[in-house]
Write a protein that binds this ligand. Structure first.
Ligand SMILES: Cc1cc2nc3c(=O)[nH]c(=O)nc-3n(C[C@H](O)[C@H](O)[C@H](O)COP(=O)(O)O)c2cc1C
Length: 196
């Protein structure tokens, strides 16, 4: 183990430094009088395997906040490099004044189980129903159950495996976007016997 003195550390003030985060396009609306809208979210993550659940954290001042709070449904659309510009743009403008699907050149398509549309171009669409909301401070966390998943067929290989690495997944870290690169191992590689 490296000695404490051999690696120099600085003390920083507490903040949201956990990185990378997945920048996702969350679609909402399309029901109860709300037009379909998109919001870029970086504070998102898996929170439970069974039942499958994830969370997104949204500031109450966002237009999307009221939509999700009242309709209790949304879709997490995982973008690829091809949607990088749309991801940034949907996080810069509000649905109060823009039709973001049209403005970003994205196609709304039917979800399987929820009323908001999926983003057709995104390789992975995760349909969610809100179970709980937690007012944490600046953000409210919506904890939601995953009720359906759609994947783009061209990313599924002959063995039925999803090859998301083929599409250029995005990562968001400290205000900057990155595209995921080299695969360095499979789950459990550290304990698996090396093949000759
Ligand atoms: C990369 C990126 C990540 C973002 N992450 C979040 C987030 O996790 N929560 C949030 O409330 N806003 C986040 N935003 C800001 C919203 O996407 C932005 O305010 C958007 O314009 C809100 O749209 P709306 O008013 O149509 O809901 C993010 C923006 C960007 C560019």
């Amino acid at each position: 183990m490296a000695k404490r003195e051999s690696i120099e550390k600085q003390s920083w003030k507490p903040g949201n430094v956990l990185s990378p985060a997945p920048p996702v396009l969350v679609s909402c609306g399309g029901t109860q009088g709300w037009k379909p809208n998109l919001i870029t979210i970086a504070w998102a993550g898996n929170v439970c395997s069974d039942p499958p659940m994830l969370s997104i954290s949204v500031r109450p001042e966002r237009y999307s906040f009221e939509i999700i709070r009242t309709t209790r449904e949304f879709v997490v659309n995982v973008p690829s490099l091809k949607q990088a510009r749309a991801v940034d743009w949907c996080g810069m403008v509000s649905g109060r004044s823009e039709d973001k699907f049209a403005g970003a050149g994205l196609t709304p398509a039917s979800a399987l189980k929820v009323r908001p549309p999926i983003v057709l171009e995104c390789p992975l669409n995760i349909e969610c129903r809100v179970k709980e909301s937690l007012e944490l401070g600046s953000h409210t966390m919506f904890v939601a159950e995953v009720v359906a998943v759609q994947v783009s067929s061209d990313l599924v290989d002959g063995k039925g495996r999803l090859r998301l690495e083929k599409c250029g997944l995005l990562a968001f870290a400290h205000g900057e976007y990155f595209v995921l690169g080299r695969r360095i191992g499979r789950f459990g590689f550290s304990v698996r016997k090396r093949s000759r």
